[in-house]
Design a protein around this ligand. Structure first.
Ligand SMILES: [Zn+2]
Length: 340
């Protein structure tokens, strides 16, 4: 199976985030790249570097104001006397107004939803190449590959058009889906990360040309809390084109596969001719976030069910954090893809 990876994704190295009011080491570490790469190679993947598609396909979904912010904020923030090394907001406007703050502190609050998306000197470069990795994966699918793995990192599915959050800056899966759409295809995004793909939902919520489906731990007591509930179905002409399947904490393989069947039926009835699979491996029983109890073998069965639809699939890496089974979970998933 073809796979895509760019080494420049390593230069984003976040140090901290806050959970329950406590400063903790940020789990979205560059070391994930080595572990995931080894896991994919163990499944027979051959990695290539992405090509540069420029800012165009990114700007199709992210506002220019936000992109300028991501590219320049660290340097501007660093000029504040006593500022931390990472841009972390200390103000969170709950209803953002039309007026745009001029100060670095105000803009950080405007564009960063939480404390788990700290911006350092390398963040823009890494996020840019993470998006290009997904776009090059999309190229390979359009060239005829049945399944392609894009090792995109930092992940993307919590990023809205003008808002970072949850370790995410640019929405790689959404950017790839938009590229498929522009090429005349009919894409569905299936998000199997244990967290709801709130940014992806937000980007396409008003639209009916991209179906968005997410299976995730019930946000009533889980990140991202404010999104991912079953009654969020889209709005305007997008009504009925977003499907959320929240499941109880601790859901196992059997419960997961039942939900997946519902998701795949929806994708079939949408008439999708390409799937963007937002692949989080954090549904695993040993993931530090402890949402679900999917096993390593369960990932192979999930992959087989998806690939058995026979629809060309771009697999974009989302979450899944350092723990002893992370690499094996990816090997299992990608092996399942190739068996289907
Ligand atoms: Zn996640």
């Amino acid at each position: 199976m073809k796979a895509v990876l760019d080494d420049r994704q390593r230069v984003h190295d976040p140090k901290m985030f806050m959970a329950n009011g406590t400063r903790l080491p940020n789990p979205e570490q560059p070391e994930r790249i080595e572990v995931l790469r080894a896991g994919a190679e163990a499944a027979g993947c051959k990695f290539e570097a992405p090509t540069d598609h420029g800012i165009g396909p990114i700007a199709a979904l992210h506002s220019p104001e936000y992109l300028v912010f991501l590219e320049t904020i660290h340097e501007r923030w660093s000029r504040i006397e006593g500022a931390s090394d990472e841009v972390i907001p200390n103000i969170h406007p709950d209803r953002r107004t039309a007026s745009y703050p001029r100060s670095a502190v105000g803009q950080a609050g405007f564009h960063q939803a939480d404390t788990s998306c700290p911006i350092s000197a390398g963040t823009w470069e890494a996020a840019y190449w993470s998006a290009q990795t997904a776009l090059s994966g999309a190229d390979a699918v359009m060239a005829g590959d049945r399944a392609v793995y894009a090792l995109s990192r930092p992940p993307g599915h919590h990023a809205f058009g003008d808002l970072a959050g949850g370790f995410c800056f640019l929405n790689n899966s959404a950017i790839a889906a938009e590229a498929f759409l522009k090429a005349g295809l009919r894409p569905a995004i299936l998000d199997v990360d244990v967290h709801h793909g709130n940014g992806t939902q937000g980007i396409f919520y008003h639209r009916r040309d991209v179906l968005t489906v997410s299976i995730h731990a019930d946000p009533i007591r889980f990140y991202p809390f404010f999104w991912g509930h079953a009654d969020e179905r889209g709005i305007g002409e997008g009504l009925g084109y977003n499907l959320n399947i929240p499941l109880p904490r601790g859901t196992d393989n059997a419960g997961y596969l039942d939900a997946l069947g519902i998701a795949l039926r929806r994708i079939q009835m949408f008439g999708a001719d390409v799937i963007v699979l937002a692949l989080g491996l954090d549904a695993h029983e040993n993931d530090p976030f402890q949402g679900f109890k999917v096993t390593t073998d369960g990932f192979a069965r999930i992959a087989e069910a998806i690939l058995n639809l026979g629809t060309p699939t771009l697999i974009v890496q989302e979450g899944g954090y350092l723990q002893r089974d992370l690499g094996a979970n990816l090997t299992s998933f990608l092996s399942g893809c190739q068996r289907a």
